[in-house]
Design a protein around this ligand. Structure first.
Ligand code: MOS
Length: 765
């Protein structure tokens, strides 16, 4: 089930009818408060002191440590498996293979049900079949990690290899349209785009290739699990707590209530911290051995069994009329995927919402391969889709002899070009204008290879960033007020380092009229009200909407308790606002009573309310997206082809900025990941064996400090009136457009177009 279907379903089940023109969140207009200020990260001190306990650090008595053995063929059957030598190793507690694994249901696949978390629907260790090179074939538990790792190396496995689909080019000849792409049609056609392209005054028709990427979060995947009778406890690093709980319950055939998952700290999650085979194997092995299990994947393990971004081949063809508007916009392509996962890499999504064009052809196709399931990775689709689309825009501007920013101005649509909806908030041209001024875009020469400083060729490039606004349905929050003027806001949500706990404490403080120091945000535990995934840059809005609902319920309850002796007597919830540690009349007059007084008179130490957010009708009614303009200055060594990004500026339009310090960090992090996408990241997939050949950070390159220049970040800070708090999530927009901004700067420096990521020096010589 898609996000949109889920929204529709949630909406039909609701008693309240929500109009899309519900009044904007009153907090948007509030000038004084915690929101909009750079409150330092609440989790920061614990992290820098080493006091934050991550999943692989949770202690347990009688702990065992797990090592996984990975298959070495891409497809086939295990014909022989000898674990005798392993079992004889001192310290080995238990060895599990498909022969003695418990019978498990296959994981429910993410997005087939809003409650599902499975990154793949393949059964885990249930028979001798092998589905990808790297699939776990054994799990060894021992008293120490070293014993487990050594013992694992003594297992011998023989395979009967079978023909596997390992060539992307070959698989692409059998490609098909997926039934949908994230709930949207796989193909959108407006008019006859090919004919319009043929007749266009200016045109480009280009092919782009993007490689596989692997997740390289600083914290590799890990879980510490144990059974307490029929109760299962999982300390995990996850961005989907309740979904993981529901999915594990289904796999093991136990009630959801008997599982508790805790995930207070996540050392980086970019879409990859979902439910993979290692948690399932650890839970099963713990059940059979009767011992707690810690499974901490090695870096190699992450490359073998936790998927990342898949490879694509994309075509972008643009045809412009003499006046510079678009006659044709074509963005089509093929991605590699398995038949067991659900991430078709929505690379055509930016083209669906960015530009006005008379005719459009946008189509996604899928080629099935025998490989590790691919999954979400920071702006899946949008990151690599904008690489193709925004490089093509640069090429079109050049063909037309106009500035690339001027081209964007001419193509600015009045309403969403494919949905026809009004934009909720779109200030993309302002972002361009502010960015161009700050970056000194006027100093860019339109002639490529025209600036040289010694050995270095210098160029500037620009590209559009864009990412959708999402809010997930079904999230509930609990708000608790105590008599001493403190509040706890609680939801089973996720802090992966992006500042969730801090920003939600700020939002809770303003919502309740309390100082931010008095508000605690509780998260990361399935015992809390069922929350939302940290995905699709949606978590901030999803939490805020639920907290708004719970706070409204709390205010109504407080008014009732305040009764007739209160200065608030006779006022309805609509008449009052939370301020200065209590409730007061909206007119700002002196009808006010503090929480301490209300609770004191009622004889209560604390009062709490829990509520679910209304369904996200705003996404059904408006075209809601974030935007940005990415500016890059690149230097290319004329002798060696080495690329150095020397300056970068991201100018964003993402609604209201809730915490400037956090936001700067999120935008910069996205841009840095974009530099990796542009210049270095590539998972080497050997098409003969299906093996990932560079499963380490020595060979899989990500940007290091010396690769990253000072990154300047600015924003419009214009609230979106249709979003809770006026804000859009900003976790993913930063990476979008970066690949193209870098590629366009490299072209400006060298006169060479590289349409095949990453742009390594061999491609520039
Ligand atoms: Mo993100 S790719 O939705 O964690």
């Amino acid at each position: 089930m898609s996000i949109i279907d889920t929204v529709k379903q949630a909406a039909t089940g609701m008693m309240v009818k929500l109009t899309p023109d519900a009044p904007p969140d009153p907090l948007i207009a509030r000038k004084h408060g915690a929101l909009g200020t750079s409150v330092p990260r609440i989790d920061g001190p614990r992290k820098v002191r080493g006091k934050a306990q991550f999943a692989a650090e949770v202690p347990a008595e009688n702990m065992t440590y797990a090592a996984l053995l990975y298959s070495t063929v891409a497809r086939g059957r295990i014909t022989a498996l000898d674990t005798a030598a392993t079992e004889a190793v001192p310290g080995v507690v238990f060895v599990m293979t498909h022969r003695n694994a418990p019978r498990l249901k296959p994981p429910a696949l993410f997005q087939t049900d809003p409650r599902a978390a499975g990154a793949s629907s393949l059964p885990v260790m249930q028979d001798a079949e092998i589905h990808w090179n790297g699939e776990p074939v054994a799990i060894v538990l021992a008293e120490t990690q070293e014993q487990a790792d050594h013992a694992k190396s003594l297992i011998t496995v023989a395979y009967q290899a079978e023909p596997a689909r390992l060539s992307f080019a070959e698989a692409a000849t059998q490609s098909h349209q997926p039934p949908n792409v994230m709930g949207e049609p796989a193909m959108i056609q407006v008019g006859d785009a090919e004919a319009a392209l043929a007749g266009a005054a200016f045109k480009v028709d280009l092919t782009f290739r993007t490689p596989r990427h692997s997740h390289a979060a600083i914290e590799p995947h890990a879980a510490t699990v144990w059974w307490d009778g029929d109760q299962l406890v999982v300390h995990d690093t996850t961005q989907m707590l309740h979904q993981e709980r529901w999915t594990l319950a289904g796999i093991f055939g136990i009630p959801e209530e008997s599982i508790r998952i805790l995930s207070p700290f996540v050392g980086g999650g970019f879409g990859g911290k979902g439910l993979w085979s290692h948690q399932i194997l650890a839970v099963a092995a713990s059940k059979l051995s009767g011992r707690p299990v810690r499974v901490a994947l090695s870096r190699e393990g992450v490359f073998r069994i936790a998927g990342g971004r898949t490879t694509t081949e994309q075509r972008v063809a643009l045809g412009a009329k003499a006046d510079g508007t678009l006659a044709a916009l074509i963005h089509t392509g093929i991605v590699a995927m398995t038949e067991h996962n659900n991430c078709p890499e929505q690379f055509t999504f930016p083209a669906r919402h960015l530009y006005a064009a008379d005719a459009m052809l946008l189509e996604q196709r899928v080629a099935e391969m025998d490989m590790l399931a691919n999954t979400f990775m920071r702006a899946p689709g949008e990151s690599i889709g904008t690489f193709a689309l925004e490089t093509a825009m640069d090429e079109l501007a050049e063909a037309m002899g106009i500035d690339p920013i001027e081209l964007r101005r001419r193509l600015e649509p009045e309403k969403d070009p494919t949905s026809g909806h009004a934009f909720s908030s779109r200030n993309i041209l302002e972002a361009y204008a502010k960015g161009a001024e700050r970056f000194g875009w006027d100093k860019r020469s339109p002639v490529p290879r025209s600036r040289r400083e010694g050995e270095w060729l210098v160029g500037m490039g620009v590209a559009t960033a864009t990412y959708p606004y999402y809010r997930m349905p079904g999230a509930a929050a609990r708000v608790t007020l105590t008599r001493d003027g403190h509040a706890r806001v609680a939801m089973a949500s996720h802090e992966m380092g992006m500042g969730t706990a801090t920003v939600q404490a700020q939002a809770g403080a303003d919502r309740l009229g309390l100082p931010v120091e008095n508000v605690t945000f509780e998260y990361g535990d399935t015992l809390l009200p069922a929350g939302t995934i940290a995905g699709g840059s949606s978590q901030t809005a999803s939490i805020a909407a639920a907290v708004t609902a719970a706070s409204a319920k709390l205010v109504a309850d407080l008014l009732k308790r305040a009764g007739n002796d209160s200065p608030l007597a006779g006022l309805s919830a609509d008449d009052v606002e939370a301020r200065d540690g209590g409730l007061g009349h909206r007119d700002g007059g002196d009808r006010f009573e503090s929480y301490a007084s209300i609770l004191g008179r009622a004889g209560l130490e604390e009062v709490s309310a829990e509520a679910e957010a209304p369904p996200p009708m705003e996404v059904m009614s408006y075209s809601m997206h974030s935007y940005g303009a990415q500016f890059c200055e690149a230097r290319v060594n004329a002798v060696t082809g080495e690329v150095r990004v020397s300056r970068f500026l991201g100018s964003f339009d993402t609604g209201r900025i809730l915490n400037p310090r956090n936001a700067t960090s999120q935008f910069r992090g996205g841009i840095i990941m974009g530099l990796g996408l542009a210049l270095m990241e590539e998972t080497e997939f050997d098409e003969r064996s299906g093996r990932v050949m560079n499963p380490s950070l020595a060979e899989y390159h990500v940007p290091v400090h010396l690769d990253v220049p000072e990154i300047d970040v600015i924003w419009t800070d214009i609230p979106d009136p249709h979003a809770p708090l006026g804000a859009h999530g900003i976790g993913e927009i930063g990476i979008t457009g970066v690949g193209a901004a870098v590629a366009n700067a490299i072209y400006s420096a060298t006169g060479k177009r590289v349409r095949d990521l990453p742009i390594t020096l061999d491609k520039l010589l």
